[in-house]
Design a protein around this ligand. Structure first.
Ligand SMILES: N[C@@H](CCC(=O)N[C@@H](CS)C(=O)NCC(=O)O)C(=O)O
Length: 264
């Protein structure tokens, strides 16, 4: 028979582990409305300034001319989104309080409520495959390149020192500790690929360009795969390794077209 305090300890652990408040919510549209998270009566995006997944959504909103509010979340403690059980950015909250999580789902949600111009998930396997590619390959590849040393990581996080709603302490921690954390993330992403980070990004861009048919993945008009992959690459503009995108013979032209189309 274990001593009584051990029994108490385990009881506590079990309660903490299974409580519904601690469980991550699924991707997509959530049942529970959160109207109190809408800012200024506009669709609201919770994001990090340089987050690749957030840029996907910014690109779509920009291309449709949809006005929205942006809440900048501090990347180390994520203080501004503790209310959500999703735990990652972007989170999109529509004007009626509908919470949508996970960037590809957010793209579909916004398009389906706007002009419904690209196919929904499951209706176009190529589009689905390239949207998946944006998360599973491209997103991870750019992280390995941007955060390739402590110095490039700190440079990438320098923007936090200019965010108005962060305190002085939060700016310092987010830049210097955040730089260290992101360097570790960069290392772990690099291990996922056989090639060194820059060669791997070049390889992924070569692969991706096989999906660009005509001007866009969606041929004449951008589809979900265009917003998804453009958003990922747009997040590295001005950061370490962006020259690989600028110098790619197919991707650079497509990137320019997407930038013009989205205004982002
Ligand atoms: N599958 C998600 C990935 C989002 C994601 O990983 N976001 C990163 C920022 S770039 C994040 O919030 N990381 C914080 C964390 O995982 O704790 C999406 O596409 O939205």
């Amino acid at each position: 028979m274990p001593p009584r305090w051990i029994h108490k300890h385990y009881t506590f652990r079990i309660v903490v582990t299974v409580t519904p408040d601690d469980m991550e919510i699924p991707s997509g549209i959530q049942d529970k409305l959160v109207p109190e998270r809408v800012v200024d009566g506009l669709p609201t995006m919770y994001c990090f300034e340089t987050c690749p997944f957030c840029f996907k959504v910014k690109a779509l909103l920009g291309s449709r001319g949809i006005e929205y509010s942006k809440v900048e979340v501090d990347p180390t403690f994520k203080t501004q989104m503790k209310w959500s059980q999703w735990g990652k950015v972007p989170i999109f909250v529509d004007v009626d309080g509908t919470q949508v999580t996970d960037s590809n789902y957010i793209l579909h949600y916004i398009d389906s409520n706007d002009s419904n111009s690209f196919p929904r998930m499951g209706d176009d396997l190529d589009q689905d495959r390239w949207m998946e590619f944006s998360n599973e390959k491209l997103g991870k590849s750019i992280v390995a390149v941007i955060y390739t040393s402590y110095w490039t990581s700190v440079q990438a996080l320098d923007y936090v020192t200019k965010v108005d709603n962060f305190s002085f302490g939060s700016r310092l921690i987010n830049k210097w500790l955040g730089g260290f954390i992101m360097r570790m993330v960069g290392k772990s992403r690099a291990k996922m690929f056989d090639l060194p980070p820059r060669d791997n990004l070049q390889f992924q861009l070569d692969l991706m360009s096989t999906g660009i048919e005509g001007d866009f993945f969606g041929d004449d008009e951008p589809n979900g795969a265009d917003y998804a992959n453009f958003g990922i690459l747009r997040s590295m503009q001005g950061l370490n390794g962006f020259d690989i995108v600028e110098n790619h013979k197919i991707v650079s032209g497509w990137y320019g077209r997407m930038q013009k189309h989205s205004g982002v």
